[in-house]
Design a protein around this ligand. Structure first.
Ligand code: PEP
Ligand code: MN
Length: 479
C-alpha cells in the first residue's frame, strides 16, 4: 500500500471505529428509553392536579383510546420533510397560538384550511417548489406560561394553561383531568372534519378561493399581488385545458397536524409501538406519537437533561425544537446528538424565534454552530414569538406585521449568505377576520385592535395578513 492509501485506510478504520462506537453508545441510550422514562427527569411547566386519582383514571382512559394519526402518515411526512431539509421543498406551518375547544366548528376549520392552501399556492408559485403543509391544529391546546399565577381583579389565581388543562374563566382555573379526554375528542373531530373536506375535494386546486384584493391599500402592493394571482390562476387553467390536472396530486393535497408536546402524560398515552407489515407498508418499527404527525418542544422546556428532551428522543415522529435568543451555541451538538443520533435529514426542525431586532446578531452564530456539528436540520423561521409587544392604545398583546416580515426577510438573507436553506415558516394565524396584529396590506392600526380581538393567548395574523406574508416571500423568490 502506498503511504497515502495506508493513511486513507487508517483514517477509514478509525472513522469506522468512531462511527461504531457512537452507534453503540446511541443504541445503549436508546435501549434505556421508554415512553415513561421522562418521568425520572426534572420537568418544567408541569401541571399539578389536585385530584390525583381522577388524573390516573383519565390517563388509563386515554391509553385505551384509538390513535388519532397513523404511523404510515407520520412516515410520509418524514419523507416530505427530508425533501425540505435537502432544499427541495418548503414547509408552511401555521395555526392558532392556543386552540380552544370552541374553535372546533366547520366554518373555523374551513377558513383555516382554505387559508393555508391559498398561502401554499402562492408559495409554490414563487419558490417553484412543493410546499409541505402542517397545521397548528387538532391538538394545539396546552400553553406554557411565564408565570403559574396571575392577578385578576386583585386576586392571585392560577394562569390559564390551555383548554385541555383549565378554563379561561377565572372560576375555572383549577386543572381538571377530564379536559384531557375532551382534548382528545376535539382533536379527533377536527382532524376527521379536515379529512372529510379533503376527500370531498376541498383541496382541489380549482377550488374557487377568494382572491379579492380590494382591501389592499397600497396600489403598488396591490399590483404585485394581482400579478401573482393572475399568473397562478392562468397556470391552473392552462393545466386544466391540456388535461394535465387530473393527477391525484393536483386533486388533493397532504395536510398534517402538529402541536407543542407540552403535557407529557398526554403524549405518553398516545405513544404506540408499531411495525410495518411487509408487502403492505414501509416505515420504521418503533414508538410513534399518534396524537399528531409532528410535535415540537417549546423554548421553555428544551433543557438538555429535562423531561421533554428525554421523551422526544424516543419517538419516530419528525420533531421541532424552538430556538430562542438564550439558546447557547455549544448546546446544539449535544441536543441534536440526543434527539437525532442517526442524523436523519428532516427528523429535526429548528424553529428559530428571536425577534426582528435580535435575529441579525444571533442567527449567524447559531447557523455556524449547527453546521459545525454536521447535523442535517430544517431551519424554520417563527417570526411571531420574538415580536410580541403591548399595544400602547389598549395594553393588549399585539404584533406588528412589519416586524414579522422583517424577521422573515432577515432569515432569508442570512441563510442565503451562509449557504443554508431556510426551509420554512411557522406562523400564528387564523382564517377568521380578527384584529390582533397591526399593519399589513389592510392597514390595521392599534386603534383597530378592539374591533375583533379574540385570542386568549398570543395575537394571530388574520387571513389577509397571512396572505401578505405568503405574497411577500413569493416575491422575494421571483425578483
Ligand atoms: C408557541 O409556539 O405558542 C410558543 C409558546 O412558543 P415558544 O415556545 O417559542 O415561546
Ligand atoms: Mn404562541
Amino acid at each position: 500500500l502506498s503511504e497515502a492509501a495506508r493513511g486513507a485506510a487508517i483514517l477509514r478504520t478509525s472513522s469506522l471505529t468512531e462511527a461504531l462506537k457512537s452507534q453503540a453508545a446511541a443504541a445503549k441510550t436508546a435501549a434505556e428509553w421508554t415512553p415513561s422514562s421522562w418521568q425520572s427527569k426534572p420537568i418544567k411547566q408541569d401541571v399539578a392536579y389536585p385530584d390525583r386519582a381522577a388524573f390516573e383514571k383519565t390517563l388509563a382512559k386515554l391509553e385505551s383510546l384509538p390513535m388519532i394519526v397513523h404511523p404510515t402518515e407520520i412516515n410520509k411526512l418524514r419523507s416530505s420533510l427530508k425533501a425540505v431539509c435537502e432544499g427541495k421543498a418548503f414547509l408552511l406551518q401555521g395555526g392558532d397560538c392556543a386552540e380552544l375547544f370552541d374553535y372546533c366548528t366547520e366554518s373555523q376549520i374551513d377558513a383555516k384550511i382554505a387559508l393555508l392552501l391559498q398561502m401554499s399556492l402562492v408559495l409554490i408559485h414563487g419558490l417553484r417548489l412543493p410546499v409541505v403543509r402542517i397545521g397548528r391544529i387538532a391538538g394545539q391546546f396546552a400553553k406554557p406560561r411565564s408565570s403559574p399565577t396571575e392577578i385578576v381583579d386583585g386576586k392571585e389565581i392560577p394562569s390559564f394553561r390551555g383548554d385541555n388543562i383549565n378554563g379561561f374563566d377565572p372560576s375555572e382555573r383549577t386543572p381538571e383531568p377530564a379536559r384531557l379526554v375532551q382534548a382528545y375528542f376535539h382533536s379527533s373531530t377536527t382532524l376527521n372534519y379536515i379529512r372529510t373536506q379533503l376527500s370531498a375535494g376541498y383541496a382541489d386546486l380549482h377550488h374557487p378561493f377568494n382572491w379579492s384584493l380590494s382591501h389592499v391599500q397600497d396600489s403598488e402592493v396591490k399590483a404585485k399581488y394581482l400579478k401573482t394571482v393572475e399568473a397562478l390562476t392562468e397556470s391552473l387553467s392552462f393545466m386544466k385545458t391540456i388535461g394535465a390536472d387530473t393527477s391525484s396530486s393536483l386533486r388533493g393535497v397532504d395536510f398534517y397536524t402538529s402541536h407543542e408536546g407540552l403535557i407529557l402524560e398526554y403524549e405518553q398515552s398516545f405513544t404506540r409501538k408499531w411495525k410495518p407489515t411487509p408487502g403492505v407498508n414501509g416505515g420504521k418499527e418503533g414508538w410513534y406519537n399518534t396524537s399528531a404527525h409532528f410535535i415540537w418542544i417549546g423554548d421553555r422546556t428544551r433543557q438538555l437533561d429535562g423531561a421533554h428532551v428525554e421523551y422526544f428522543r424516543g419517538i419516530e415522529n419528525p420533531i421541532g425544537i424552538k430556538v430562542g435568543p438564550s439558546f447557547k451555541e455549544e448546546e446544539f451538538g449535544s441536543l441534536l446528538d440526543i434527539v437525532n443520533p442517526s442524523r436523519e435529514p428532516g427528523k429535526v426542525t429548528l424553529i428559530t424565534r428571536y425577534g426582528c431586532e435580535k435575529i441579525e446578531k444571533i442567527l449567524p452564530g447559531h447557523i455556524d454552530a449547527v453546521v459545525k456539528t454536521g447535523h442535517p436540520v430544517i431551519w424554520q423561521c417563527d417570526p411571531m414569538h420574538g415580536n410580541t409587544r403591548s399595544s400602547p392604545e389598549s395594553g393588549v398583546k399585539t404584533r406588528q406585521y412589519s416586524s414579522i416580515m422583517s424577521e422573515i426577510l432577515s432569515a432569508l438573507k442570512i441563510h442565503k449568505e451562509k449557504g443554508t436553506w431556510l426551509g420554512g415558516i411557522h406562523l400564528e394565524l387564523t382564517g377568521d377576520a380578527v384584529t390582533e396584529c397591526v399593519g399589513g396590506s389592510e392597514g390595521l392600526t392599534d386603534k383597530d385592535l378592539s374591533l375583533n380581538y379574540q385570542t386568549y393567548c398570543d395575537p394571530r395574523l388574520n387571513g389577509k395578513q397571512a396572505l401578505d406574508v405568503a405574497f411577500t416571500i413569493s416575491d422575494y423568490y421571483r425578483e
